[in-house]
Design a protein around this ligand. Structure first.
Ligand code: NAD
Length: 300
């Protein structure tokens, strides 16, 4: 992490410098994206409709930074400076001071469109509006704004404070200037952004992961190997940090099922059909680690 935003790495001349980032939605993703931006030196505003949600986000980020400073992984002065740059609000009119807005609100098109409509009205004309959505291509929110060329997906991975990848996905009208700015911004956050030149369901990472999960589920369903042995193979033969079943349990089987339903609704491809084993575990309330059980039992 750098201690100040590297404006030198941002594109030249006609792109206004980024000094203030607004993150909309303070849930799992938004809070960590905001802390990432604050640690990189940006004045950062974290906005949510829920005052309670903001309180939880702040408490969570303070616990996180205390943990890091306690282990000597983050200098106390840097943590304090980052918290000093980060403010919390329920007021979306703070968008009027933002150069880049990253929306990380609830995964519902109507919610996101309403946010983008408001942001378009409030944010300065040069501001870029990015969505962290995993399943909704940014053209769907760009269409409710008067600045579609300044809209794209900026897709972080969970946990956003740790994961290096950011998928920058352009839709048909996203300008090169927007893409260049967002790629440079992601680099200045200490990330390794990748550019996806066309909106496709699942982008890259979730498509690769989907292929692995489909094969793993098919092997287990056919009784060829247990989910435990399939996970062991992914870790010990392929060098994956966790196996596909362990990963699905961590992400949440309800989330896996939701993403599969959204992808299938969009593509109609039988290969994208939601998996029946995952659906039946969700129906039993076994949604993964967060519920104490999924493919594995975490009471063990
Ligand atoms: P979450 O449910 O943890 O948080 C969503 C937050 O949005 C909540 O705090 C909610 O109060 C807030 N919100 C709802 N409506 C709002 C509004 N109108 N204005 C402001 N805030 C509003 O969700 P999450 O897991 O953080 O996901 C957020 C986005 O990030 C989604 O688009 C999701 O696809 C994407 N994403 C999630 C993950 C993940 O692993 N969870 C990974 C990558 C991307």
């Amino acid at each position: 992490m750098t201690s100040s935003p590297s404006t030198a790495s941002l594109p030249a001349a006609d792109v206004p410098p980024i000094t203030c980032i607004l993150v909309v939605g303070a849930g799992t993703m938004g809070r960590q994206i905001a802390m990432t931006a604050a640690l990189a030196g940006y004045r950062t505003i974290l906005q949510d409709i829920s005052a309670d949600g903001l309180k939880h986000a702040e408490a969570d980020l303070r616990t996180w930074s205390e943990g890091r400073t306690g282990k000597g992984k983050l200098p106390e002065a840097e943590a304090a400076a980052a918290h000093g740059r980060l403010s919390y609000t329920t007021d979306l009119s703070t968008a009027e001071t933002a150069d880049v807005i990253i929306e990380a609100a609830t995964e519902r098109l109507d919610v996101k469109q309403e946010i983008f409509r408001s942001l378009d009205r409030i944010a300065p004309p040069h501001a870029i509006l990015a969505s962290n959505s995993s399943t909704l291509g940014s053209s769907k929110v760009a269409e409710v704004t008067g600045r579609p060329s300044q809209v794209c997906n900026m897709h972080f991975f969970n946990p956003a404070l740790v994961m290096k990848c950011v998928e920058v996905v352009r839709h048909e009208q996203t300008s090169s200037k927007t893409v260049d700015t967002v790629m440079a911004l992601a680099r200045s956050l200490g990330k390794e952004p990748v550019l996806i030149n066309q909106e496709i369901p699942g982008f890259i990472a979730n498509r690769l992961m989907g292929a692995l999960q489909r094969e793993a589920l098919a092997l287990a369903a056919a009784g060829i190997a247990t989910h435990r042995d399939i996970d062991t193979t992914a870790r010990t033969a392929l060098g994956h940090p966790m196996g596909p079943f362990e990963l699905m349990d961590m992400v949440g089987l309800d989330v896996i099922d939701f993403i599969a339903q959204a992808t299938f609704a969009e593509t109609g491809d039988p290969a994208d059909m939601p998996d029946p084993t995952v659906a039946s575990l969700v129906a039993l309330g076994r949604t993964g680690r967060k519920s104490g059980a999924g493919f594995y039992d975490y009471a063990e």
